[in-house]
Design a binder for this molecule. Structure first.
Ligand code: GYE
Length: 378
């Protein structure tokens, strides 16, 4: 199909983003099985913009399919597998899309090259899950000059606004929620000294930056002892090797391990088991994780992980909705946050209260994991 009037789309997206301010805020919900985001697209198109884009979108090629290039981060985690499956099943031929998928294997240079290849192939849309949050403005300008709308999912791009829409998580709130939970849980259990080891995600990814920023606010405000922080690159192997070295260097000195995703936590569990460190419910070490994928929640149910802060990977339907809305000449939100619940192993606290990244005081339920929660997880 031929190029749409990209300027119209950008103008429409900008207008909506200005009207919507920072977009909608995340919500706590028990619905884990579906893409629980708030509305990704609106039907409130300005009629003149709608006329522009609709007329242009009618220049379809013979097969009638919309071509979309998706530059995915890689295949580093269970979360990533769920994300890939979600996009591939939504952006299907059945739904009118010819999807070109590139696994960038966590290599930022390869991801930029994948996007440039999509531009030279003149695809209709480009979807990017950015490995790191900076270094994007030049290539996004190239996409803009070529008239190709870019949709960003999951991680954010922080040094360019040349994309039509982003759908993902409020990573800083995930980190703040983890801090608020740890503070309340330690108080409830009478633990007055917190000695923390942190295993972070891929350095420079917005998921790592947000979770670190949110959690460190609690570390600083409460004078907790953050003994060490090293990256496990969001992988099980990374989590295991960092934890093996932590167990050697800080033997007997820590009582909290926070991993920035479930796969790192699986690696940390293996390393702690091997080192004879007890963790989880009734153990010496409180283990915190993020993502809440099925295997992570299975470990929460078994009491091996104490708390798991969900990050919802099911952005495929939102992507499809954005593309269909733009094709129809409608307007889309510049930012859409996924709604995400927080999961715990024990019925110690009903909820947590904290000031979120938007400055709002919120109280959010904690969900004690049971088999039904695990069965409904991605
Ligand atoms: O937490 C991790 C994955 O970008 C939110 O990337 C995502 C993160 C997720 O590898 O498991």
């Amino acid at each position: 199909m031929k190029k749409k009037v990209f300027a119209s789309i950008m103008a429409a997206a900008l207008a909506v983003s200005m009207l919507a301010g920072c977009g909608s805020s995340s919500q706590t919900t028990e619905d884990t099985g579906s893409a629980a985001s708030e509305t990704a697209a609106t039907d409130t198109a300005d009629t003149s913009e709608a006329a522009d884009t609709t007329a242009d979108a009618s220049d379809s090629s013979d097969d009638g399919l919309i071509t979309v290039g998706f530059a995915q981060v890689g295949h580093e985690s269970d979360w990533r597998t769920a994300s890939t499956n979600s996009v591939q099943s939504a952006l299907s031929e059945e739904n009118g899309i010819d999807l070109q998928f590139v696994d960038c294997d966590n290599d930022s240079a390869a991801q930029l090259e994948a996007v440039r290849n999509f531009i030279s192939q003149d695809v209709d849309y480009i979807v990017i899950d950015p490995i790191v949050s900076t270094g994007w403005d030049t290539v996004l300008t190239e996409a803009e000059d070529a008239g190709i709308p870019v949709i960003v999912i999951d991680r954010t791009i922080d040094d360019s606004d040349k994309y039509v829409s982003w759908v993902g998580s409020e990573f800083t709130n995930e980190g703040l929620a983890a801090g608020a939970w740890l503070k309340a849980y330690a108080e409830a259990k009478g633990i007055d000294e917190l000695n923390i080891l942190e295993i972070t995600g891929t350095t420079g990814s917005s998921a790592e930056i947000g979770r670190t920023t949110g959690f460190h606010k609690y570390v600083e405000d409460n004078g907790w002892n953050l003994i060490d922080s090293q990256t496990g690159d969001f992988t099980q192997e990374g989590g295991q090797s960092v934890m093996e070295s932590y167990c050697k260097s800080y033997d007997g000195q820590f009582n909290v391990v926070i991993c920035q995703n479930d796969n790192e936590a699986f690696g940390a569990i293996d390393a702690m088991k091997a080192a004879g460190v007890s963790y989880g419910v009734g153990g010496d070490v409180i283990l915190i994780s993020f993502d809440a994928c099925k295997a992570g929640l299975t470990d929460v149910l078994a009491g091996q992980i104490n708390a798991d802060f969900q990050c919802n990977p099911l952005q495929g339907p939102d992507c499809l909705n954005i593309i269909k809305t733009l094709e129809a000449g409608g307007e889309v939100e510049k930012q859409t946050f996924m709604a995400e619940p927080w999961y715990v192993a024990e019925d110690t606290l009903p909820n947590i209260s904290y000031t979120n990244n938007a400055g709002e005081d919120v109280t959010e339920d904690l969900i004690v994991v049971d088999q039904a929660v695990v069965d409904g997880a991605y």
